[in-house]
Design a protein around this ligand. Structure first.
Ligand SMILES: [Zn+2]
Length: 170
C-alpha cells in the first residue's frame, strides 16, 4: 500500500496549470456549484464568495460578511469571471464545462477556454441565485488554509475521520 493511502491528511490536487493564488485563493467544484473565494480587486482586506450553479448557471456573489456584490446584478461580475478563469487553470476547461453541464459543442481539435465558457453561460441569461452558500464556502476556505499549514503526517487527524478511505480496486 502506498504511504499516502495510510495518511489521513487529504492531498491537495495539483492544478492542471499554475494558478495565481492571490487572486482566487480557493476554488472548488462541489455541492452542484462552481464556487470559491475571490480577492477584491481594490481592497486587499476584502474577499468575495462567488458561485455558479450546475445546469442553470444561477450565479451569486457576496462578501464574506454577506454583503451583496455590486457587480453581480443582471450578469456575471468580475469576481465570477475570475473564478471561472482560475477553475479552468485548476481543473481544465473540459472538466469545468462537464461539471457545470455546459454544452460547449466541441468540435475535435478546438479547445474550450474560460472566455468561451463564460460567453456560453452568459448567453443563456442566467438568473441571480441566492448567497446562502457563501458562509459554508467561506468556512471551508478557512479550513482549507488551516490544512495547508499542517505538515504532511500519517498520524490520525480526528477531523478527517469522516473522510472515506481511498482504495484502488486491483
Ligand atoms: Zn462579485
Amino acid at each position: 500500500m502506498p504511504v499516502w493511502e495510510l495518511s489521513s491528511a487529504a492531498r491537495v490536487v495539483p492544478p492542471a496549470r499554475p494558478r495565481k493564488l492571490a487572486k482566487v485563493p480557493f476554488v472548488e467544484l462541489a455541492d452542484g456549484r462552481l464556487q470559491g473565494v475571490v480577492s477584491s480587486g481594490s481592497d486587499a482586506g476584502r474577499v468575495y464568495v462567488s458561485s455558479i450553479a450546475t445546469g442553470t448557471y444561477a450565479f451569486a456573489c457576496s462578501t464574506n460578511n454577506n454583503r451583496p456584490c455590486g457587480g453581480a446584478r443582471g450578469s456575471f461580475c468580475n469576481h465570477i469571471r475570475a473564478l471561472v478563469g482560475e477553475a479552468v487553470l485548476q481543473y481544465g476547461a473540459e472538466r469545468v464545462a462537464r461539471y457545470l453541464k455546459a454544452d460547449t459543442g466541441e468540435t475535435p481539435g478546438t479547445e474550450t477556454d474560460a472566455h468561451r465558457l463564460v460567453a456560453l453561460m452568459t448567453a443563456t441569461r442566467p438568473a441571480q441565485g441566492d448567497t446562502s452558500a457563501a458562509a459554508p464556502v467561506f468556512s471551508r476556505f478557512l479550513r482549507h488554509l488551516a490544512y495547508l499549514e499542517l505538515e504532511p503526517t500519517t498520524a490520525p487527524l480526528p477531523e478527517m475521520q469522516w473522510f472515506p478511505p481511498t482504495r484502488t480496486v486491483a
